[in-house]
Design a binder for this molecule. Structure first.
Ligand code: SIN
Length: 275
């Protein structure tokens, strides 16, 4: 396998491996690359829905997403799609998936199924590099702090998505979510310190109201994006991206109005997070 960096501090492209038939030692190397670099990209993969599920199970459990439509014949696969006549896309702002769960999903395996003629790239940002780049003062202010995360304002019947043309596609609008996590976590496998808040799902710091929390939350989310900790993927047929939700944020570009884009996503079970 050959590994090439996508950006100075985020993402790798891995060549020379077939995900549907990789060995256990290749699998270990792939996992480690993703834990470390936040996302790994694989090109020219032949990967049926059955391969997707089989490969997902090799990571441990699959966390079926509660909100997105599921693929009709393969209910472990969430369909992330936008039709030519729709305006809003799924995941079109910086976020980390499932931070609103008590045990957030470890990551996702996203497979390109139908791509627009141009646009529809995905970006990732590395939260270890983000933490390292914080000033000493900011690091001291968030030491020991915990934050509350929820998805209710995003997915509920009168939530953010419901007010867009994406609302009609959602499931689970009556669900209630909520979880408290440390603002700085240690990666369960690499031990690296990672900034673990995001503008989509983090509401407040524990012991503070939303209003009291917003200035610091916004300061952290602004500081989390540096010049060197982001990478951008231009999808091609046969491209697969696998990312780690602890190590990275991601953001799906919505710049292909009038065209169809369909991606298939399996979300991988994670483990409890700790400072
Ligand atoms: C997401 O999982 O947030 C969407 C990613 C994408 O469609 O590129």
């Amino acid at each position: 396998m050959k590994t090439t960096a996508m950006a100075p501090e985020c993402g790798v492209e891995i060549e020379g491996v077939s995900l549907r038939s990789c060995s256990d030692s290749e699998m270990d190397a792939i996992k480690h690359a993703i834990y470390e670099h936040g996302v790994a990209v694989f090109r020219n993969q032949e990967f049926s829905p059955e391969d997707h599920i089989k490969f997902g199970r090799r990571w441990g459990g699959i966390d079926v997403n509660n909100y997105f439509p599921l693929q009709e014949d393969f209910n472990e696969i969430a369909v992330v799609k936008k039709e030519p006549d729709e305006q809003t896309n799924i995941g079109g702002a910086w976020h980390t998936d499932h931070s609103y769960d008590q045990i957030p999903a470890m990551g996702s395996i996203l497979v390109a199924r139908e791509l627009p003629p141009s646009g529809g790239d995905t970006m990732w940002a590395h939260m270890g590099a983000a933490y390292d780049a914080l000033s000493d003062d900011l690091k001291a202010r968030i030491e020991g702090l915990e934050a509350f995360h929820t998805a209710d304002h995003v997915y509920k019947a009168d939530g953010l998505y419901a007010q867009t043309d994406m609302g009609k596609n959602l499931r689970g609008q009556d669900l209630k979510t909520g979880a408290v996590h440390p603002v700085v976590i240690r990666h369960p496998h690499t031990g690296r310190k990672l900034l673990y808040v995001n503008n989509a799902f983090t509401i407040n710091f524990v012991g503070q109201t939303r209003e009291e929390s917003l200035p610091l939350l916004n300061e952290l989310c602004d500081a989390a994006l540096t010049d060197t900790n982001q990478c951008r993927l231009k999808w091609e047929p046969g491209t697969i991206a696998i990312w780690d939700n602890r190590t990275s944020w991601h953001n799906a570009m919505n710049d292909y109005q009038g065209h169809r884009r369909e991606m298939h996503r399996i979300t991988l079970s994670g483990e409890a997070l700790a400072a």
